[in-house]
Design a protein. Structure first.
Length: 74
């Protein structure tokens, strides 16, 4: 299976949470994931799903009630 150094997804929190295992499985070691389209109130649920896939939170960018989350695979 080919692995990517960068994965970007701009969809709502529920699909991002459901996709966490598949998305993480396609990320190369040292790669980054950028997730957006997430309501600020749902940030912790998304982070929890991706932390469960052994991805590390790098940064959250906040804008008008929405967030973009940057994670990586150490």
């Amino acid at each position: 299976m080919a692995r990517s150094d960068l994965i970007i997804a701009n969809i709502l929190a529920r699909p991002l949470i459901k996709m966490a295992p598949q998305l993480a499985s396609h990320l190369a070691p040292g790669g980054s994931v950028i997730l957006s389209g997430i309501l600020a109130s749902q940030r912790w649920k998304v982070l929890s799903a991706y932390n469960g896939q052994h991805l590390r939170h790098v940064r959250t960018i906040w804008r008008n009630g929405w967030v973009t989350i940057h994670l990586d695979r150490p």
